[in-house]
Design a binder for this molecule. Structure first.
Ligand code: ACO
Ligand SMILES: O=CC(=O)O
Ligand code: MG
Length: 556
């Protein structure tokens, strides 16, 4: 049979596609590529289902009062003297990694940005609509082939790759998200297996030849909660390597430690992935979200305002220090995280203040021993690069030089210590304003947006959502008010109304009407007031972006 025929995808047995047909997408959704994804799904679906059931089970235990901690059963792994496979020379230097959604122009800009690595994101920074996902795969294939270009007609500018580009890492979605447009044996396929599988299938050979110096492809793995989930990824990698006929250990991945349970499993996660690992990363925003989620049943652990929960809080500093020690003991990179500040375009003073906050954050990271860090925007790369290179003694990383043996003393109490600060009405208002605007953007296909001069993505928006939920659930008392004010559904209702009016004023009536703000407001309000906490805002709202023929064209 022909690879594709007019208007229909040519699918293997047991696979159904519900997404819109597009000739370019058909070049990605080939019969063989779908066969590969379906094989991964069939081999791993039971393992994934079991891992998700374990997540629910342990959450039930946390809800009844248990605290997360180190697992006595894996003490020998934590104490043992083992190391991960050597870091491939192609990625020894990861001082600055730029991240961004798999949007065509941004991919070119990121690869040309001067950063050492570009993490192309199917996760926090991407709204996982069919259009975005499939166009993202087309973009990545063209990027790996070196043929990617973008014609910005409005500016009369053609974007192309420079001679020297950042190394490409790809972050698939987390285990929890299904891909409803692709069914295998009648059930939606696991989203990350689509992202990983299609990208690997089309790019492994070219990537290894041009980007990886014989290694790769390279990945970032998000939202892991337990080493059993890392073990599944390890087996997925082995299966892919076998399929491609490449050496075991070719694929390399950095795992984000961005859930509270995972901080107690860092050695175990590296151990499972020891042939495929190139480090861990402090995914600070999801980590804060996860702290609230993990303690959703603990009224004594209400967080202060979101803006006060930074990396200098004791529990955050302890997490970063222990991550550095763990990675360096095992011979891999300990990557820092994302400062939320982005350049402020129309105000030089505010811009300098934002850059100063970023510099301060990066100085803390490099002095602590991190080997590199993330940048949200190309304008941040020069100052971040400067801070890192001038504090690493001329070395490409600090794996051998910043052992952080002192961090071996970090305890469970250090990692769980309650953050200090105040809860305010302004905090509640800001959460609400940001949460609604982020969701409105996400529903229209944008997964990362600038709001009030900060980068907002799924992880930062999650903090706004779960913090409101937590304060409402336990009737948090707000500090700094003249009379004692408790967060109640009535108060929240008023805040939503007032903040929605403010959003309308800020964005303008026309944009407000054209956008999906009212729908976002309804979804956000429901999520903040639901009796049980939804696991993920993106999962809860996913149905709203599942369409066979999208009403709006893709933003990317
Ligand atoms: C918690 C986490 O998971 S963090 C990781 C996930 N989040 C991200 O990756 C966020 C990445 N950053 C972004 O998406 C954007 O920078 C935003 C949304 C924060 C800000 O976007 P904007 O305000 O539109 O950026 P701005 O207008 O200043 O962009 C200026 C130029 O820089 C480019 N640019 C901005 N950010 C990036 C980026 N991350 N990668 C590549 N290019 C970028 C734009 O494409 C634009 O290019 P042009 O001048 O050729 O048109
Ligand atoms: O993915 C990164 C995070 O901070 O979350
Ligand atoms: Mg994250």
């Amino acid at each position: 049979m022909m690879a594709t025929y007019l208007g229909f995808y040519d699918v293997p047995e047991g696979v159904d596609l519900g997404g819109r047909y597009d000739e370019e997408f058909a070049g990605i959704l080939t019969r063989d590529a779908l066969q590969f994804v379906a094989a991964l799904q069939r081999e791993f679906r039971d393992h994934i289902r079991y891992a998700m059931e374990c997540r629910r089970d342990v959450q039930r235990r946390y809800n009844s009062g248990e605290l997360p901690g180190f697992d006595p059963a894996t003490r020998l792994i934590r104490e043992g003297n083992w190391a991960c496979a050597l870091v491939p020379p192609a990625v020894a230097n990861r001082t600055v990694e730029i991240t961004g959604p798999v949007e065509r122009k941004m991919i070119i800009n990121a690869l040309n940005s001067g950063a050492k690595v570009f993490m192309a994101d199917f996760e926090d920074a991407l709204s996982p609509s069919w259009e975005n996902l499939m166009r993202g795969q087309v973009n990545l294939r063209d990027a790996v082939n070196g043929t990617i270009s973008f014609n910005d007609q409005a500016r009369n500018r053609v974007y192309k790759l420079n001679g020297e580009t950042a190394k490409l890492f790809v972050r698939p979605r987390g285990w929890h998200l299904p891909e409803d447009h692709i069914l295998v044996d009648g059930a939606p396929v696991t989203g990350c297996l689509v992202d990983f599988g299609l990208y690997f299938f089309h790019n492994h050979a070219k990537f290894r030849a041009t980007q990886g110096a014989g290694s790769g492809p390279f990945f970032y793995i998000p939202k892991i909660e337990h080493s059993r989930e890392a073990k599944i990824w390890n087996r997925v990698f082995e299966r892919a390597e076998k399929f491609a006929g490449i050496e075991k250990g070719s694929i390399r991945a950095t795992v984000l430690i961005e859930t509270l349970p995972a901080v107690f499993q860092m050695d175990e996660i590296l151990y499972e992935l020891r042939d495929h690992s190139i480090g861990l990363n402090c995914g600070r925003w999801d980590y804060i979200f996860s702290y609230i989620k993990t303690f959703q049943g603990h009224p004594d652990r209400l967080l202060p305002d979101r803006v006060q929960v930074g990396m200098t809080q004791h529990f955050m500093r302890s997490y970063s220090d222990l991550l550095i020690r763990t990675c360096h003991r095992r011979g891999v990179h300990a990557m820092g995280g994302m400062a939320a500040q982005i350049p402020v375009k129309d105000n030089p003073v505010a811009n300098e203040a934002a850059l100063e906050l970023v510099r301060k954050d990066k100085l803390r990271e490099v002095r602590a021993g991190h080997d590199g860090t993330w940048a949200a925007h190309p304008g941040l790369i020069p100052p971040i690069m400067e801070v890192f290179t001038s504090n690493m003694g001329g070395k490409p990383n600090q794996i051998q030089t910043a052992r952080r043996e002192d961090a071996g003393k970090i305890t469970e109490e250090d990692l769980l210590q309650r953050p200090r600060g105040v809860r305010t009405m302004e905090g509640l208002r800001l959460n609400t304003r940001v949460g609604i605007q982020y969701l409105a953007a996400w529903l229209t296909g944008m997964g990362s947006v600038p709001l009030y001069n900060l980068m907002e993505d799924a992880a930062t928006a999650e903090i706004s959502r779960v913090q409101n939920w937590q304060w409402l659930k336990y009737g948090a008392v707000l500090d700094g008010e003249e009379v004692r004010v408790r967060v109640t559904p009535e108060l929240f209702g008023r805040v939503v109304e007032e903040e929605t009016a403010r959003i309308q004023m800020e964005v303008g009536v026309e944009k407000f009407k054209r956008g999906r703000f009212e729908e976002a407001c309804r979804i956000f309000t429901r999520q903040c007031t639901s009796p049980e906490l939804d696991d993920f805002l993106t999962l809860n709202a996913y149905n709203q972006i599942v369409v066979c023929h999208p009403k709006t064209p893709s933003k990317i």
